[in-house]
Design a protein around this ligand. Structure first.
Ligand SMILES: [Zn+2]
Length: 363
């Protein structure tokens, strides 16, 4: 069976079972910075999210195909979700409107320093995701910020629906006749910014086309940095309970817990590893995740003076390599020398924290 089951506690994809809820670290360019696949397995990571927008530029599609696809290239035999790149194109164009444009055809972009331009169409995005060996492919979407004006959100929804139709068609054309056990799933992304009516229109149209799951699209925080809880909850109400919802790009510890509470079951984020490299290490403070917001976990700032002679591990209850073998004082030394070993040990710990958080949420 390759479709999500009615109870949606878990579902099968070509490279194994995805148990929910799940947190998949971002391996944007085909790797999680500072960690290799054996490190990730030791952290009990069950899947990764990679990104077509970046991979088509680096290392490039011909290299990936030559290396036998993403799984073989990264020595990773567990599920891989490939994001289509709508969000990344949005970020690029938002920061530099001269870097490209969105048309009905697709997203045209020329990354800074690049000799050539790229045209990412819905069809191209699906072709690449399938050729890379994705377990879950995601439709190309037109991403917006919740502060964008209504007219922009309206165009985004219309374009996202149109592109989703084209993605569905392209996907079905390619996987026709595939053995069900090797057939990936296809998710669509719901846009509409903070406008509930547009969210409803977009969701209904995508449900009519039919997908295996849906992602919460658009930038998920308002200008104050607050998670758009009401819009997320509304989307959950619109999508049948047996269909999994992916909280794309959401994965700070507190947002993940909030997302699970709202009925979302898949999460990906680069924040835990970025925090790790910056010396912000996560630690559980209570057994229960119901403690007041921000109280059930804390951040250990490893560069703090107080850790200079601290012989304790970052977290006494953590079973990661870093906590089993190394003191805060030694980690501070590595951090201050800016050694790549710090990036690895810190990332190992924060990733394991996230998978432990998921294990607690499953219980
Ligand atoms: Zn640890």
């Amino acid at each position: 069976m390759s479709q999500p089951s009615a109870s949606v506690q878990q579902f099968e994809v070509p490279h194994g079972r995805i148990r929910l809820p799940a947190f998949f670290p971002d391996a944007t360019f085909g790797f999680v910075r500072a960690l290799d696949s054996t490190d990730l397995i030791s952290c009990r990571v069950e899947g990764l999210v990679m990104n077509v927008f970046h991979l088509m530029q680096h290392p490039g599609s011909s290299v990936i195909k030559n290396l036998g696809g993403l799984h073989a290239m990264a020595r990773w035999d567990r599920p891989i979700v490939t994001d289509s790149g709508g969000f990344q194109a949005y970020s690029l164009l938002r920061n530099n409107p001269h870097a490209g444009s969105v048309t009905k055809k697709g997203i045209l972009f020329r990354p800074e320093g690049s000799e050539r331009g790229f045209l990412l169409t819905p069809e191209k995005s699906i072709q690449l995701q399938l050729s890379y060996g994705a377990d879950i492919a995601i439709c190309l979407d037109y991403c917006t910020h919740p502060d964008d004006p209504f007219e922009v959100q309206e165009v985004s929804v219309a374009t996202t629906i149109e592109w989703a139709k084209r993605c569905r068609k392209e996907f079905d054309k390619h996987v026709e006749g595939w053995n069900p056990s090797t057939k990936p799933l296809l998710f669509a992304v719901v846009q509409g910014g903070g406008n509930l009516n547009l969210r409803r229109v977009c969701t209904q149209a995508l449900l009519d086309i039919g997908f295996d799951g849906f992602g919460y699209g658009g930038y998920p925080f308002d200008s104050q940095g607050t998670l758009l809880v009401d819009t997320m909850r509304y989307l959950r109400e619109l999508v049948p309970a047996e269909v999994p919802l992916f909280a794309l790009g959401i994965g700070s510890p507190e947002s993940l817990v909030e997302g699970v509470r709202l009925g979302y079951s898949l999460f990906d984020c680069a924040l835990p590893t970025r925090d790790a490299r910056s010396g912000r290490l996560y630690r559980f403070e209570t057994e229960q995740l119901t403690a007041p917001a921000g109280r059930w976990y804390s951040k250990v700032y490893i560069g703090d003076k107080k850790h200079m002679k601290n012989r304790e591990p970052v977290s006494p209850n953590c079973d990661c390599l870093t906590c089993a073998e190394y003191s805060c004082a030694y980690l501070q030394h590595l951090f201050k020398r800016n050694d790549p070993l710090f990036h690895r040990l810190a990332s190992l710990h924060n990733v394991r924290f996230m998978t432990q958080l998921i294990e607690r949420l499953r219980r």
